[in-house]
Design a protein around this ligand. Structure first.
Ligand SMILES: [Zn+2]
Length: 244
């Protein structure tokens, strides 16, 4: 169990009616292959936060056939992008849920400055604000190396990496002997294109949050544990600063 869990609002009300303990409202940014998923898992378990990855949330809303989910599905069925405004409403529905009253961790949203503006307005309308935007930085070359080195077995989808986690025999799955292949998404040309899109979309967001003093940078070239320690230390410092 984590000893550093933030107090729930209800506990604060019971225990110390006049103290203010801030929420932990976080956004995770970083290129594909930066290990965001791993860091998210650890933050969720450290701080007992709900994790909202935009793609998952849209799929879930559609599957549960909520009103917003039905609206989103109409766009998806036509092969159109779900509009900003609708995505924002889906996200805010989550942020308004009881599970997120002490904070949340967003991944994949906002993607544009417009979405960031909408989120800021929506939060401030609820007397809430972002605590920090965590940017995990990894060099493009390293991202290409990490992703294009992945090999997947055709039978059961077991995942290997030619450098970091190689199979005993080249291109053969250790567990079931089936053939290992490189997914199209993992091919270097594809990864480079994804990175271009990522940088194009993310650069304005980085500037946006840097201007607001919310951006915190982490060296994603380090091991997952080192990155995690650094994030925890940063969040602890932010809390101290708020208490002063
Ligand atoms: Zn396999």
């Amino acid at each position: 169990m984590s000893g550093s869990r933030f107090l729930r609002r209800s506990e604060i009300r019971e225990n110390a009616p006049f103290s203010i303990v801030s929420e932990l409202n976080l956004i995770l940014l970083g290129p594909p292959g930066a290990g965001k998923g791993t860091q998210a898992e650890r933050l969720v378990s450290d701080f007992d936060l709900p994790y909202y990855a935009t793609g998952d949330i849209l799929r879930q809303a559609v599957a549960e056939e909520t009103e917003l989910g039905k609206e989103a599905k109409a766009y998806m069925d036509k092969g159109e992008l779900v509009p900003d405004d609708l995505i924002c409403r889906v996200i805010m529905e989550r942020i308004d849920s009881p599970g997120a009253e002490d904070g949340f961790l967003l991944d994949g949203f906002p993607r544009t400055v417009r979405q960031a503006d909408t989120l800021e307005e929506a939060l401030s309308g609820r007397d809430r604000k972002l605590t920090a935007v965590l940017l995990i930085e990894v060099d493009d070359d390293e991202v290409v190396k990490r992703i294009s080195g992945r090999r997947v077995c055709v039978k059961n989808g077991h995942v290997y990496h030619v450098d970091y986690d190689p199979p005993k025999h080249e291109d053969v799955c250790d567990q079931d002997g089936s053939r290992l292949v490189q997914r199209d998404d993992d091919k270097p040309e594809t990864v480079k294109k994804r990175l271009e899109v990522y940088h194009e979309q993310t650069k304005p967001l980085i500037d946006y949050y840097e201007t607001r003093g919310l951006l915190r940078r982490f060296d994603g070239g380090r091991s997952p544990s080192e990155v995690h320690d650094h994030i925890r230390a940063t969040l602890a410092t932010l809390r101290l600063e708020e208490e002063l």
